[in-house]
Design a protein around this ligand. Structure first.
Ligand code: SAH
Ligand code: SF4
Length: 398
């Protein structure tokens, strides 16, 4: 029965709340009901659903706490729910967690990569990183990516499909469970003698820098962020979430107008329209001048800085002249630049910029008043670094 429900939920990656709405619609009563994935729902939606079923919000709040505070993954482990409410929830909702298809740990023990199975047998990757003195989950927003950046393994595999809010949330829950020790616990708690971390850490930092372009899947990503930040649930601080975009201009403007205080990172990689478009094909759709205008609007509207990401590719975009061009482009903006030496991918032959040249690039940006960091290269041995996430067993849709 549980399997059947899961399979039905697998088809539930069509719009969320579909079945809840169709059940309440008189002309749709003969449509077979598809259980809703619990993890697609915000707390407000769950409370409303419970009230519609004739129960009190208190019961829904207890269910929410079981799922997000205690990490409970099955109805059987929720003894405090009244039997009638639990039976109703069980018949209307399903708890779609993403099973681990495989798992890898980097040789230094600080990076874990999980290949997770979606209900329709597609796969995505999620990374747990334990460096710079904290634990961070790098989560995916899509299976594959439609943006086609030439140096990115996810771009090279093409677009498979958007993830639902619940599939994005489930990745964070998986990492949280791993940290608590309920899944691969002991190994993770002490991955290496150098680990500064102890058991039962909670997930506090999330970067939406895994597979996919988050602003291409805007609504699902924002719903997921609302669920992840819910103070009665995982309670990840919005300021501990960084969303990285290739530069989807309408999404940046929308984000600027909405009150979600997440950090925004924008992948730049080229300081002129021509240079950028070679590496980032979607620059043809959203040109550099429009992107810069959207970023300035975001900074002014949110009163918050933007993190610009720059993948350093030897001989392509790492010269002193290029650094000066970046400086001129971003001068005066509330901005920080993160330099990412190119990570290897199967479909791109470039080499990463060496340490000295990266430092020189960094120094030039400092002359323009732009704080700049060079990202640590970790997890490269298990292809868990920036732009290395990809799966081979996904067939593109349609
Ligand atoms: N789609 C989003 C987020 C995922 S990619 C985006 O593009 O911003 C996360 C970061 O990794 C981006 O800055 C991206 O440009 C960078 N990246 C992609 N491929 C890379 C590679 N091979 N080496 C280093 N950085 C890479
Ligand atoms: Fe997509 Fe980001 Fe990779 Fe570009 S860098 S292909 S936007 S995941």
């Amino acid at each position: 029965m549980a399997n059947r429900r899961l399979a039905l939920c697998g088809r539930g990656f069509t719009p969320r709340l579909v079945s809840a709405r169709s059940r309440s619609h008189p002309s749709r009563t003969n449509v077979p009901a598809t259980p809703v994935n619990f993890y697609d729902l915000t707390r407000a939606e769950l409370l409303a659903l419970a009230v519609r079923w004739g129960f009190t919000p208190v019961h829904a709040a207890r269910l929410w706490a079981y799922a997000y505070r205690e990490g409970v993954e099955s109805w059987a482990e929720m003894p405090e729910l009244p039997a009638r409410f639990r039976a109703k929830a069980e018949s209307e909702l399903c708890l779609v967690r993403l099973p681990v298809a495989s798992e890898q740990q980097s040789s230094d023990g600080f990076t874990h990569k999980y290949l997770l199975s979606l209900p329709d047998d597609r796969r995505i990757e999620t990374v747990l990183m334990r460096y710079t003195g904290r634990v961070t989950a790098c989560i995916s927003s899509q299976a594959g990516c439609a943006m086609g950046c030439v140096f990115c393994a996810t771009g090279q595999m093409g677009f498979v499909r958007h993830l639902t809010p619940g599939e994005i949330v489930a990745q964070a829950l998986h990492v949280d469970a791993a940290l608590r020790g309920s899944e691969t616990g002991a190994a993770l708690a002490q991955p290496h003698s150098l680990s500064p971390h102890s058991r039962h850490e909670r997930l506090r930092n999330i970067v939406l820098m895994g597979m996919g372009e988050p602003l291409h899947n805007y609504d699902a990503v924002m719903t997921a962020i609302d669920i992840l930040c819910d103070p009665a649930g995982l309670a990840v601080g919005a300021r501990k979430i960084t969303l990285s975009t290739v530069g989807v201009v309408p999404g940046i403007i929308r984000l600027a107008d909405e009150a979600r205080p997440v950090h925004l990172a924008v992948s730049l990689h080229g300081a002129t329209q021509e240079e950028r478009a070679v590496l980032v094909p979607v620059a043809k759709k959203w040109p550099l001048d429009e992107l810069m205008a959207a970023c300035r609007y975001y900074i002014a509207r949110q009163e918050r800085r933007i993190f610009y990401e720059w993948t350093l590719i030897e001989g392509k975009n790492d010269s002193a002249e290029t650094a000066h061009a970046v400086g001129r482009l971003l001068r005066g903006q509330q901005a920080q630049v993160n330099l990412i030496p190119l990570n290897p991918t199967a479909g791109y032959a470039g080499e990463p910029t060496g340490r000295e040249s990266a430092r020189h690039f960094q120094q030039i940006l400092a002359e323009y008043g732009l704080p700049c960091t060079v990202r640590q290269r970790r997890g490269i041995d298990i292809a868990a670094g920036c732009g290395q996430l990809a799966t081979t067993d996904n067939k593109p849709v349609g």
